[in-house]
Design a protein around this ligand. Structure first.
Ligand SMILES: C[S@@+](CC[C@H](N)C(=O)[O-])C[C@H]1O[C@@H](n2cnc3c(N)ncnc32)[C@H](O)[C@@H]1O
Length: 213
């Protein structure tokens, strides 16, 4: 995917993405704007987001042995790291839908997925996360490294839509105090909607970890 991309352009895209992801400012336009951005994302960041999601899914699978998702929706899925992690965690095929507002990311995700037979039927669809977000019912819904790019109201809309549409929700965020706060906010909201926590914490009571520690 990097063939044909001048090294200086790839390096420039990586620098820009690092700066964008270091900030916590919600974005009002896609950060992944073009082919150089998404190729850079797939090369320098996607392997790490894949591993983080795979680790979270592994903890989930251990907590709910024998359960296999019959369908998967990946919201803010970008180039599809979470779809690869799901197919790596549970064998077999299932309907997969990837939603994102960045068309270049979906296009590259679709190209990469051609190498994964379990993603052969995946649908890569343009969607904007917000109050109008319409989610189809799914056994498993993943939200990986997305909450930090959303405004508070869009985060709330996404978690509420996820709670209404999915049987299980896996959220992955950066392991920073701000990322922890966003996970706890979503966790509390999902519990109020009737969800039980499977992993990594083994209970649905209030989290005893004090924010910022
Ligand atoms: C850091 S990337 C994570 C991509 C993928 N989930 C992963 O783990 O590698 C954040 C993704 O969220 C998408 N995103 C951010 N805000 C969005 C919004 N309001 N509506 C739809 N997608 C959004 C971006 O386009 C991008 O693909």
């Amino acid at each position: 995917m990097l063939d044909g991309l001048p090294p200086s352009q790839a390096a420039g895209a990586v620098e820009r993405l690092i700066a964008a992801y270091r900030g916590d400012t919600p974005t009002h336009a896609p950060i992944l704007r073009d082919r150089a951005d998404v190729a850079a994302y797939a090369a320098y960041r996607m392997p790490a987001t894949f591993e983080a999601v795979r680790s979270a899914l592994g903890a989930f699978a251990d907590a709910v042995p024998g359960w296999v998702p019959g369908s998967h929706v990946d919201v803010g899925g970008g180039t599809g790291a979470a779809t690869w992690a799901v197919t790596d965690t549970w064998a077999g095929t299932r309907p997969v839908t990837v939603l994102d507002w960045a068309e270049p990311a979906l296009a590259l995700g679709r190209e990469l997925a051609a190498a994964n037979p379990a993603l052969a039927g995946a649908r890569w669809q343009r969607a904007r996360i917000g109050s109008g977000l319409d989610l189809e019912p799914a056994d498993l819904l993943t939200v990986s490294y997305v909450l930090n790019e959303l405004t508070e109201s869009d985060r709330t809309a996404l978690v509420d839509a996820a709670a209404a549409a999915a049987r299980s929700v896996v959220i992955v965020e950066a392991g920073t105090p701000a990322g922890y706060a966003r996970v706890i906010e979503a966790r509390d909201r999902l519990i109020r909607a009737g969800f039980e926590i499977a992993a990594p914490c083994p209970h649905s009571a209030a989290c005893p970890i004090a924010p910022g520690t």
